[in-house]
Write a protein that binds this ligand. Structure first.
Ligand code: COI
Length: 359
């Protein structure tokens, strides 16, 4: 379907980061953005690409006060044929609608979402970095500029997509993966059953900042979240999903309702099953992880996410003691997963899973 987005090009293009400059994550943004409105009775309308600019909102806009908003995250890569690769954008479209449903935001046609992503990436394709481990990060989000103090779903929304070149989420992982230090969080929680843990809404991330901030002060890059009720079961690592390889089995938390259904999580599960690795999606007690460290059967652990791709866990900080995993050496399975996924994404490995959408 042709959605006919209008394009207004900037007359004042920005200077791009110099080749080889450290891109960071969320430091640079391209020249344009995608924007579309929703009005009750009219649906999503007026999709347009406009110069990158500030959003002008009334200070009484509902999203600013009550957090009715959502976001997504995906990446674009330049492949060796000079075309652009997206990775499983249909998964982001589906998750967007599950989040929207939870946040009382109107649904969006999946094709419309994917075409909007393609359109903004195409207009700003010169911003796709080609350095090892780098990509164009795509951040779609929805919020409401509606003026109201009623705690009720809005009737007017904006759908916006901004994009920008990024390096690795954990600095240094562009060229060589390293194991991160992770704080096992026993005081704060991320999400409780019945809450919004499975949805990609800002509130989940805002409420996680305190724990991450404390963990950083103690020399850790992220926290390992435990369940909200008993503080006993492993949930996620910071903003990503968590995997543990105990003996020959890879275990990750089942999608119980408080876990974010990551696109990379799903891809990793599919790859492992294809490779014949035993995989379990189930509740995993932190005690089982610690026992496995102590008896030497915890072979590897890693986090998965669009931003962090595959990020090995090198050391767990628990009850005042540091527990190295695999002597802090990046494990074979973590490395193979990274090489396979990133290789498919940049087009240097065959995509035998049908995951790449070429623009
Ligand atoms: C992503 O992996 O795309 C995320 O949303 C994590 C983000 C908070 C950087």
């Amino acid at each position: 379907m042709d959605y006919n987005f209008t394009i207004t090009r900037t007359t004042n293009p920005k200077e791009k980061p110099a080749p080889g400059a450290s891109l960071g994550f969320g430091k640079y943004f391209s020249d344009h953005m995608f924007m579309m409105d929703y009005h009750e009775g009219q649906g999503w309308h007026d999709g347009r690409i406009i110069p990158y600019q500030n959003l002008s909102m009334d200070p009484a806009s509902t999203s600013l006060h009550y957090g009715q908003m959502m976001f997504e995250g995906l990446k674009a890569y330049r492949n060796p044929q000079g075309k652009i690769n997206l990775f499983r954008p249909d998964m982001n479209a589906k998750r967007l609608n599950r989040t929207n449903d939870r946040m009382c935001i109107p649904p969006m046609d999946e094709d419309l979402f994917i075409e909007a992503v393609k359109a903004i990436v195409k207009v700003d394709e010169d911003w796709i970095p080609t350095e090892q481990g780098c990509s164009l990060y795509i951040r779609p989000f929805i919020l409401s500029p509606e003026v109201s103090f009623s705690v009720l779903p809005a009737k007017h929304y904006w759908f916006v997509i901004i994009v920008g070149p990024v390096g690795a989420y954990y600095e240094g992982n562009e060229s060589k993966l390293h194991g991160s230090h992770i704080w096992v969080e026993e005081e704060y929680i991320r999400a409780a059953l019945g809450g919004t843990g499975f949805a990609k809404c800002g509130g989940n991330y805002g409420c996680g900042m305190k724990a991450a901030y404390e963990a950083k002060k103690r020399g850790c890059e992220e926290v390992l979240w435990l369940d909200a009720k008993e503080h006993k079961y492993v949930e996620e690592v910071g903003t990503s999903n968590a995997f543990f390889m105990i003996g020959d089995t890879v275990i990750t938390s089942s999608l119980s309702g408080s876990i974010l259904p990551g696109v990379t999580r799903d891809s990793v599960l599919q790859l492992l099953r294809k490779w014949g690795v035993k995989v379990e999606e189930r509740r995993l007690e932190i005690a089982e992880v610690m026992d496995a460290i102590e008896n030497g059967t915890l072979r590897e652990a890693w986090a998965t996410g669009t931003a962090c791709v595959i990020s090995p866990i090198g050391v767990l900080h628990y009850h005042g003691t540091q527990f190295p995993i695999n002597n802090e050496i990046v494990g074979d399975v973590s490395q193979r997963l990274y090489d396979t996924l990133y290789g498919m994404q940049i087009g240097t490995r065959e995509d035998d899973m049908g995951w790449i959408v070429e623009i």
